[in-house]
Design a protein around this ligand. Sequence first.
Ligand code: FNR
Length: 351
Amino acid sequence: MSLDASQLNQQRKDDHVKLALGQQKEAKAAPFDDIRFVHHSFSLMSLDQVNITSHWAGHSHVMPFYINGMTGGSKFTKQFNEKLGMVAAETGLAMASGSVSAALKDPSLSDTFRIIREVNPHGFVMANLGAHHSLENAKRAVDLLQADALQIHLNVPQEIVMPEGDRDFSNWADNIQAIVAHVGVPVIVKEVGFGMSRETMLFLKSLGVQTIDISGRGGTNFVRIENDRNPSLDFSALAGWGQTTPESLLEAQAILGDGTVTLLASGGIRQPFDILKALALGASAVGLSGKFLASVDDLGIDATVEMVYQWRDTLKQMMLMLEAPTVAALQTKDMILSGSLLEWAQLRGID
Ligand code: FNR
């Protein structure tokens, strides 16, 4: 029996979740281990002075981390959106849907995304679309979820590795410019796990983009996911393509100076210590996808909510240890880079 285009799309969404869950079980290289804080023996403050509120996309968020864009578009993935949405509603975490492109093509799939808003009517919800979409589609995506912001993803390597992927990216810049100017909600332009260069970020800034999620290498790997979906492909040589999240954060130093762009970081975040380091390197907040997917799958909703509160408490304690009452204060702390991250900084002329 051959599947129609909508069924193929739904199968692809299911495969993405299953393969991403598989990747979470693997031991990985940990690019954040190349970052250390300098320890100082005084912290002349108390825990109740630590405030982890973070400000981005026109909103104050109670936590400096969020559930990043993943899924929807099939019955199987709707269950994940429901669970993740319930975690977001309970904890106050911001949450993004996966690309709503499937629902724009086949409206019978809309409920697989809308569930995120149904279970979390008052939370901060982001819709998600690829950069090949027009302003009109961007407005439809925001309407679908009654979204507070829109994520636009950049995923050239993923498209290239997919036999059915796009081969024409020539309208991306024009689309982004029009969407940022006219969609009516804050726009976050994000990668999908390949990281960003300073050249990319400067270009996004020139298009009027004010919030960028560098989403780097080190966690979920979409070259490998697409490669594993299709046994006749061999793009495994590209498995290490792209900048790690710490490398991308160093690249971002070029755009942070004048305060016009807010930086978000994601990709391979495993624990609160990684969040702390990404915030210290300039991110206003940190996104997690694979980790939350695996958590609701393995542990369920209640234990994931508990994990979020533990992470919040751990972050506050580590900020106390570093004498950092706010995320902004954390960004002034002394850090030491080593290994391949230091090499990257030297080769790219980043102080
Ligand atoms: C993703 N990601 C993603 N990103 C996006 O902008 N639109 C999307 O539709 C998807 N789909 C998707 C599905 C699944 C199952 C996963 C795990 C991830 C990418 C995601 O937002 C993030 O950029 C990367 O996953 C890197 O972060 P982690 O997973 O290492 O925390």
